[in-house]
Design a binder for this molecule. Structure first.
Ligand SMILES: *[C@@H]1O[C@H](CO)[C@@H](O)[C@H](O)[C@H]1NC(C)=O
Ligand SMILES: *[C@@H]1O[C@H](CO)[C@@H](O)[C@H](O)[C@H]1NC(C)=O
Ligand SMILES: *[C@@H]1O[C@H](CO)[C@@H](O)[C@H](O)[C@H]1NC(C)=O
Ligand SMILES: *[C@@H]1O[C@H](CO)[C@@H](O)[C@H](O)[C@H]1NC(C)=O
Ligand SMILES: *[C@@H]1O[C@H](CO)[C@@H](O)[C@H](O)[C@H]1NC(C)=O
Length: 459
């Protein structure tokens, strides 16, 4: 009898000790389409799951919507009020992204706002950025961090912050990520890059399109997915890629050498340099199935356009899928789920500048949990030598090292060096995307292939 009580007590103690280290973060099943009209219902649904914090799905506005602020003009106040009331009655923290149009004498600003409401429905965090060129000259007071009654301090970030903000300044263990940027470079979009970012920062990242954490415990309640997260962050981060059907990126300035799929069946080494910056590759593939895609080995050291006038410094080594012999073909858009190339092993090594931060990058055609992967940093006198390896991979569209060189950034965020004053064409040229790969193919059969492509293009 006594021992029974003892066991129950012990279990209760254990349970509460355990729950002291974790919290519950809810997101909404992204398989379905939700908009602001569903927010209230979603908040009430999430409250039944016992979540501490809910990140609402983002309304993705089209380009014209954004330019005209279509749907966001009239209902900002209404949305804020609705969420506030719902958060209060659900007694839950709620994070959301809302567009707001602010009128002033000079014109108007379209403002992207990340808002967090506490359990009383009060706004505890406001993080706002102007989408256009800040006609209103307003400086927004941002409080992007907030502390919660469950003992976790969060910072709220937007998609582009993953790339623009220096990771060395990101000291917290828990982040809320909201606010689409619309990267042209697919691998930098939040749905792909957040996983790499969480891997490097060892932080929990809660975004409307996924949660990066290490407990992996998820429970589904209707439209709500509740994730159990450790408050101390994510010490054993795992990369989970989300499916992609495209590699889209501006390859004009890159140095690309084609991967020789014949030699790679035996495993071979290749070095690709962009100026002084060199990437060393070892690639071993298996099987001799008919290949739908080819691959390029890429080196790049320089500025990188992430859109809307933001030019950032980067150094990259990567293996990317291409469909042909033109650099242009590496804007691969495949309706197929499989690339039909099986990689037994890929090793990529480079000497990166010490001021940068190096992220692993991945794109795959199907959702994949990357277990067989390793990334090592080794500091030498002049550089940081980064080595990454991956084994037994299918359906790979991109694998590599993306180093952010914050020191060479062109437009500092929040700075007054407006993009308008810069002539980007000097730095980023897309005129020569149609160039051939930078290295000549030696084998005769390939020369014949090239000639036949020429003939096809002329027809
Ligand atoms: C914008 O703000 C700055 C500093 O706050 C001020 O010096 C400048 O005159 C303002 N410009 C306009 C157009 O209001
Ligand atoms: C898709 O796969 C089929 C059959 O393997 C192939 O014929 C076709 O070219 C592939 N399409 C692309 C875009 O890779
Ligand atoms: C790709 O996968 C999706 C879902 O997994 C499936 O519906 C589709 O038919 C697949 N496409 C091809 C070309 O295999
Ligand atoms: C990195 O630098 C070391 C010497 O510092 C050199 O031996 C090695 O080849 C370099 N690696 C690459 C990929 O450039
Ligand atoms: C703007 O550019 C000038 C010159 O290019 C530079 O001296 C200045 O530090 C920059 N300001 C910011 C805020 O980046």
């Amino acid at each position: 009898m006594f021992s029974c009580v003892y066991i129950v007590l012990l279990a209760l103690c254990f349970e509460s000790a355990f729950s002291g280290d974790v919290y519950k973060a809810a997101i909404v099943d992204s398989a379905k389409d939700f908009n602001v009209n569903n927010y209230e219902a979603l908040i009430h649904e999430a409250s039944k799951s016992g979540a501490d914090i809910l990140v609402l799905p983002e309304e993705v506005l089209s380009k014209t919507d954004l330019e005209t602020c279509g749907r966001c003009v009239h209902n900002y106040d209404e949305i804020v009020k609705t969420i506030s009331n719902a958060a209060q009655s659900a007694r839950m923290y709620v994070a959301t992204h809302v567009y707001e149009k602010i009128k002033c004498q000079e014109g108007d600003d379209l403002v992207r706002s990340n808002l967090v409401f506490d359990r009383r429905g009060d706004v505890v965090s406001v993080y706002r950025k102007s989408l256009n060129n800040a006609n209103c000259n307003a400086t927004y007071s941002n409080t992007a961090t907030f502390s919660t009654d469950f003992g976790v301090k969060f910072e709220v970030i937007m998609e582009e912050d993953l790339v623009m903000k220096n990771v060395k300044d990101m000291g917290l263990r828990n982040y809320v990520l909201l606010g689409a940027w619309g990267h042209q470079n697919r691998f930098l979009s939040a749905s792909h890059f957040a996983s790499s970012w969480a891997y490097i920062t060892k932080a929990n990242v809660i975004s409307s399109n996924g949660v990066h954490s290490n407990t992996g415990k998820r429970i589904k309640y209707g439209n709500i997915i509740v994730n159990i997260l450790e408050k101390i962050g994510n010490d054993h981060p795992q990369i989970i890629t989300s499916p992609s059907n495209t590699v889209s990126e501006d390859w004009g300035q890159y140095i690309i050498r084609p991967l020789d799929l014949e030699r790679s069946t035996h495993g071979y080494k290749e070095s690709v340099c962009h100026g002084q910056f060199c990437c060393q590759f070892y690639v071993k593939t298996a099987g001799t199935k008919l290949k739908d895609v080819t691959y390029g080995l890429v080196a790049y050291d320089g500025l990188f356009n992430i859109g809307r006038g933001h030019i950032v410094g980067s150094q990259s080594c990567a293996l990317v899928a291409c469909a042909g012999l033109y650099k242009r073909s590496c804007f691969l858009q495949s309706e197929n789920n499989s690339t039909n190339v099986y990689f037994e092993k890929i090793t990529i090594t480079g000497n990166f500048s010490k001021s940068g931060v190096q992220f692993p990058t991945f794109l795959t055609t199907t959702q994949t949990t990357i277990n067989n992967f390793d990334l090592q940093h080794q500091f030498t006198q002049k550089h940081v030598k980064v080595n990454t390896e991956i084994y037994d991979m299918n359906d790979l569209l991109r694998f590599g090292i993306f180093s952010r060189e914050y020191n060479s950034d062109f437009v500092s965020e929040g700075g007054k060096n407006s993009s308008e004053n810069l002539d980007f064409t000097d730095y980023i040229s897309s005129e020569n995307v149609q160039e051939f790969f930078d290295y000549i193919w030696i084998r005769l059969r390939i020369v014949i292939f090239v000639v036949s492509i020429y003939i096809l293009e002329m027809m």
